[in-house]
Design a protein around this ligand. Sequence first.
Ligand code: ATP
Length: 490
Amino acid sequence: MTESSKAPEAAAPEAEAPKAGASKAGASKAGASKAGASKAGASKAEASDAGEPEVGSSDDLMEKVVRLCRHRGFIFPSAEIYGGFRSTYDYGPLGVNMLRNVKNAWWRAMVQERDDVVGLDAAILGPPAVWEASGHLATFTDPLVDCKNCHERWRADKIDGVCPNCGSHDLTEARAFNLMFKTHAGPVEDEGHVAYLRPETAQGMFTNFANVLGTTRKKPPFGIAQVGKSFRNEITPQNFVFRTREFEQMEMEYFVPPDQAQKWFDYWLSERMDWYLGLGIPADHLRLRHHEQSELSHYSQGTADVEFLFPWGWDELEGIANRGDYDLKAHAAKSGVSLDYFDQQTNERYTPYVIEPAAGATRTMMAFLLAAYTEDEVGDEARTVLRLHWRLAPYQVAVLPLSKKETLEPLARKVLKSLQPHFMCDYDVTQSIGRRYRRQDEIGTPWCITVDFDSLEDEAVTVRDRDSTEQVRVPLANLLTELRRRTGEE
Ligand code: ATP
């Protein structure tokens, strides 16, 4: 049972201490500014090859989010103590939780809550045959140009004929640059041992199509889903984790009878849009963009991108494609193994068509961070809040003993232990309670549980809500039920 009242929150954050008995409530100031969320213009926070992204003191949203990620432990430049390594990033204590939450939210929607999709975790290393059949070795290229003045290299379709480094128009003709990372499997470095790091997770789902059909009782329409790392030797990695050479994807191949392809394509467009909206991307920052005929990939019979309004403009979060029967036919031809489906009810044999929603986990995490970043005021004090959906927040709950005094610790730890099986919890005893609330706001923790001296008497704690800053007193016996109620998923 929750007690609640409508008294305004105390003015100064230092005074934002929980009150026993009489509960506090109140909303933060109206008109909270969404710092630059819709700002257009190129971001200055492009990751430099040298390591840490440049972050300045301007109020640019991108810079603020990059800085927050660095300083709060979401995302670090990789190999930072050696000066960084070419736009690769490491996910720190908070980032690893959040990225896992993004992938879990996707898995939940795409696999757990359905009976027509199964999972897979295929190898990252693959033999050339897979990539010959898929067309990647021949066509997975971007147009590369050199600036004849400063000798930087660029992706021609992203720079409008002007070198972004020195402004020169003196560029070479574009040539095709293959994005595959090539290596050798085993101790011999010859052509017979060539292997590739996968540039997408999709092909593992096609090469395992017959295995999955033969070991599950699935039949079209059904899907195979996979989450995992992919590697592309991008010419210009940029915009923090938006485009990196090593990244994570969340892809699903949905196999359907050919005459149902359009229906399922439309179905997945709407399912995928709803997923982003349900996890807190504002509707005015999300759109579907259908590809022009000339834009379609060699395998595609129709593609639409889910786009997010990034600080530099609309850009892709996910591509949803009707791949026809291109992939299964190509792998059947190359391997000699039939990848048809025989429908025993109709006595028909056919190669299923594939509808593919292909999203980026790391890119999507960045969009969730940008969309959540907010600056507002509580009691005249500015604060930064990540208004993340509770499912995505690095910690759902923070347990905060009001003081460092030892008398509070046993009860605070008991509360922590009781919540840990259910939620990812932080435990923080340092600094004033107001500071600790601000810190949790900044990393997106939806609920703070404060254990104070009255808790020892009344067996109740204060639950503070991140977005409204409302505080209510909750008996310990009801704490888990109350938190579950707040998730909306009792
Ligand atoms: P782009 O046009 O941005 O290069 P793409 O159309 O080649 O992307 P897909 O092959 O459709 O991308 O990959 C599906 C998703 O994987 C993309 O929508 C994106 O979210 C993610 N993704 C692709 N390349 C990268 C990358 N280099 N870094 C981070 N995420 C990526």
